[in-house]
Design a protein around this ligand. Structure first.
Ligand code: ZN
Ligand code: ZN
Length: 148
């Protein structure tokens, strides 16, 4: 099942960069399409290994970079020292709330923020391709257990 638009986007990107569309890269992308939410390279690697034993971690990192460059993935730091990725194709622009206590990531959309972006884009004559907002704090669940 290679019908997802991601495969064509990756092929086109690799061609432009004069890189080869390898079976390994195809396998990695297949696994990414199965991933949900925000994942890191290690989690992805762990999943790939279940199906494809021969994939190398360096290729996973390399492919994650390629997929970020061609707009299939977004990557975030979420306050830690390593990246987390998520698929952004056909997904509305959204923002993140990150709990400093349990690490839970909650997504939200906001017309207000979207409108501010339009205003900034116009007033600065800046064509916005992508944006990210990360708000750090204590989630609802943790507030019940944490005395401030
Ligand atoms: Zn929490
Ligand atoms: Zn997200």
């Amino acid at each position: 099942m290679n019908s997802s638009p991601e495969f064509e986007i990756l092929k086109k990107h690799l061609k432009e960069k004069k890189l080869r569309y390898t079976r390994e890269r195809e396998k990695i992308l297949k696994s990414i399409i199965q991933m949900k939410g925000h994942f890191d390279a290690e989690e992805l690697y762990f999943n790939i290994k279940k199906q494809y034993k021969n994939v190398v971690l360096a290729t996973v990192y390399n492919t994650l970079d390629l997929l970020t460059a061609c707009g299939i993935l977004n990557r975030y730091r979420f306050g830690t020292d390593h990246y987390r990725y998520e698929k952004i194709l056909n997904k509305p622009n959204h923002y993140h709330l990150i709990c400093l206590n349990c690490g839970k990531i909650t997504e939200f959309t906001s017309n207000d923020i979207a409108q501010i972006e339009v205003k900034i884009s116009r007033s600065r004559n800046f064509l916005i391709k992508n944006s990210s907002l990360q708000i750090f704090g204590i989630c609802n669940e943790c507030q019940k257990g944490v005395v401030k």
